[in-house]
Design a binder for this molecule. Structure first.
Ligand code: ACO
Length: 685
């Protein structure tokens, strides 16, 4: 086989599909009108004639397909028409023959495709087919292999699914045959590494069975499998107590100074290293790593790139297991940098050093008061691990988190991920007892398949939320096949996230809202919500937001309503949302909470929505909400809306581990995402 990609002819594509059990039409390959007429006798009328040409990709676009042929005369005319069309619309195309195939009965036109993503490997696409496939863009995709459950999920998730299930009195179509065909296409893809792209379009679905009436397969020699992964990191690798900083500087304008200044608060010991010796920021400076009296657990490196290999070797000789290389000027900077990066990797392998970066911001572990970065701000301790591919996002986010009282179990800047990569960080974060949720900011993952496989395991233990940069069309390379153009890299990431159980967030604010919700309340047990408020306007909005984000406003039982009626004023809503009227004081809220505790089998999520009023002190309300939350294992969500006046109440909620949202819709959006994820998790059990 040559290295150049080649497109299989339609008959060869059919043969491949048939080999994997996908139904194809009866057909014959002919060279002339005479042969066509005799072939049609065995294929049967009505039939279809198609041009056979190695250079024509989309036959219909150049008039290369004629349908509804009922007689030998019509067949002769059809072939002449095809030849004329090609002469006109694709004069350079070579016609090598024709395919005469049975014309299948009417059914709906669907599409099954596949491609090999450079990072994630084989991906299967399914959706509405026909000539408008790109325009409709009604598709879904999964990483292969696709399980029966996933194939079913694909079928159910397209917009045109009602047509398959039976729409407005039409009979349902053969869904079982369809899920089976998706799985067969997945098997074809995983078992034939030389199949690079596959298009079955259209795949016609009937009440019984289906038929792949056009197929296009691109073959390419398989690329080598990625290098085997390194052993997992020790669980406590980053929980260091002795840190050396090589490149410590007395010059306040240098990164080596900024990092040292941040390290002054570290609960462990810091050893600045600089050949000049002396003292910086009140700390004795060691001329080299060899001069430090005890072995550090980690070395942070802030010397220029060309000196990094030498420092790594010294660290190896000193037996230091972990390096954090902040220095840039490696692979990201070009060929010379790439060679340097290779050199440090070889040294690391030789001495068994694991390292973060290079070209990273560093590491922050707030509970150790460790800020091993040059970010001037240190985050607060909390239960969310943040793993980011952008240092700038970290500095911005940490600044933002301080005013919102959001804390972190750890903040990792992954840099070039040469040695420790996303998978390692996710594993570390999920193994960490302090971490309840993990948030990822991803630009690109090089070994997507490994990431996907590992993420699928860790998401069963802890929620992982990801923001993927690069949604725009830029970077989605044009390709000859439908899958190539439909399955841009962003869509493949989305598919991988969904399958691995990672929750995809639109932006940082949504990601951290969700992390806060899941970190404090865990997953909700269902989607039945009750809204408790004294603000009528927000009750109306809450109902809108609930509908928008898949939260069900559950009807309350007559018994519960009767109990509430006993203490509510005339004119209260008498239904969910529970609008207890604007003059509600703490007593009314407390009695409502008591009633909901008694009837907690009726709901899964309680949204407590309050606005600044003269009759409610947010501190009292927050204290009552804490009591409410303690007496139920259901999800309690605070929406203390307003400005500074709510701050003291919000602090009480935080101490009681109750999430609070400043924006009402954010609360419903986060709860909706949590509900969806919980439903998916149940399916995986
Ligand atoms: N051992 C210890 N110290 C040494 C050694 C050695 N072998 N050799 C030199 N040093 C000292 C230097 O003498 C200097 O100290 P001094 O100020 O007392 O003279 C210190 O190490 C730093 O060396 P400089 O040559 O002054 O280098 P400088 O500080 O200008 O730059 C740096 C070094 C910061 C690592 C730079 O090369 C760099 O990579 N900057 C970019 C960093 C970055 O952006 N990282 C990614 C962030 S994340 C993101 O998303 C952007």
């Amino acid at each position: 086989m040559t290295d150049a990609p080649r497109i299989l002819s339609e008959p060869d594509s059919y043969a491949l599909l048939k080999g994997y059990g996908i139904t194809i039409p009866r057909h014959a390959v002919v060279k002339s009108t005479y042969e066509a007429v005799s072939a049609a006798e065995s294929v049967g009328y009505p039939c279809v004639a198609k041009v056979l040409s190695p250079t024509i990709t989309h036959k219909s676009d150049v008039g290369g397909v004629q349908t509804g042929i009922h007689t030998p005369e019509e067949l002769t005319a059809a072939i002449e028409t095809i030849i004329e069309n090609i002469r006109e619309r694709a004069p350079d195309a070579e016609i090598t023959g024709f395919v005469i195939e049975e014309q299948v009965p009417a059914g709906i036109e669907l599409y099954i495709g596949g491609k090999r993503d450079p990072s994630f490997g084989p991906v299967i696409t399914f959706g509405t087919g026909g000539t408008l496939v790109e325009l409709e863009h009604d598709i879904t995709m999964r990483l292969a292999p696709v399980s029966p459950e996933e194939a079913k999920g694909m079928v159910h998730s397209i917009r045109h699914y009602p047509q398959i299930a039976g729409y407005r009195g039409t009979a349902p179509l053969d869904e079982a045959a369809l899920t089976d065909a998706i799985q067969k296409a997945s098997t074809l893809f995983t078992s034939c590494p030389e199949v690079a792209e596959l298009d079955i379009n259209p795949l016609v679905l009937f009440k019984e069975g289906l038929c792949a009436v056009d197929a296009r397969v691109l073959m390419r020699p398989p690329v080598a499998a990625p290098a085997p992964s390194r052993p997992p990191l020790p669980k406590d690798l980053f929980l260091v107590s002795r840190i050396a900083l090589v490149g410590a500087s007395a010059n306040p304008e240098k990164i080596g100074y900024a990092v040292l200044r941040n390290l002054l608060t570290f609960s462990g010991t810091v050893y600045p290293v600089n050949p000049k010796g002396g003292e910086i920021l009140g700390k004795a400076v060691y001329p080299s790593l060899a001069d430090i009296p005890e072995q550090p657990d980690a070395v942070i490196i802030t010397v220029p790139n060309t000196i990094v290999p030498q420092v790594m070797r010294e660290a190896g000789i000193r037996g230091i297991p972990l390096a954090i290389i902040i220095t840039s000027g490696f692979r990201e900077a070009g060929k010379e940098g790439a060679l340097l990066e290779q050199e440090i990797e070889e040294i690391a392998q030789e001495y068994g050093i694991r390292y973060a970066g290079p070209n990273c911001l560093g590491l922050q572990v707030p509970r150790l008061s460790l800020n091993a970065t040059f970010d001037p701000k240190s985050p607060k301790p909390g239960h969310t691990a943040f793993i980011s591919q952008s240092g700038a996002i970290i500095t911005t986010l940490v600044d933002w988190s301080l005013s919102r009282d959001i804390g972190f179990s750890a903040v990792f800047s992954v840099g070039n991920q040469t040695n420790i990569d996303f998978v390692d960080y996710i594993r570390l974060a999920t193994a960490d007892d302090y971490t309840r949720t993990v948030v990822l900011y991803i630009e690109e993952i090089r070994d997507g398949r490994r990431f996907f496989e590992e993420a699928a395991k860790v998401t069963l233990k802890k929620p992982v939320i990801a923001i993927k940069a690069g949604r725009s069309a830029v970077g989605q390379k044009a390709a000859a096949s439908h899958t190539g153009s439909l399955a841009g890299s962003y869509e493949v990431y989305e598919a991988a996230f969904r399958q691995a159980g990672i929750i995809s967030a639109e932006n940082l604010s949504d990601a951290f809202s969700l992390a806060m919700l899941l970190g404090s309340e865990g997953y909700p047990q269902g989607n039945r919500a009750v809204v408790i408020s004294s603000a009528g306007g927000f009750c109306v909005l809450a109902s809108d937001y609930a509908e928008r984000h898949g939260i069900r406003m559950t009807p309350l039982s007559d018994t519960l309503l009767a109990e509430m009626n006993a203490f509510m004023p005339d004119g209260w809503s008498r239904r969910n949302p529970v609008d207890m009227i604007g003059d509600a004081g703490i007593h009314r809220f407390a009695l409502t909470f008591d009633a909901l505790i008694r009837h907690q089998d009726e709901w899964d999520i309680a949204f407590v929505v309050s606005v600044p009023t003269a009759t409610i002190d947010p501190v009292h309300l927050a204290t009552e909400m804490a009591r409410f939350s303690r007496h139920t294992d259901k999800m309690v969500v605070g929406c203390l809306l307003g400005g500074d006046s709510t701050a003291a109440g919000v602090r009480i909620l935080r101490d009681a581990d109750i999430p609070n949202f400043e924006e009402l819709e954010d609360a419903f959006r986060a709860a909706g995402a949590a509900v969806r994820r919980e439903e998916e998790l149940k399916k995986r059990d």
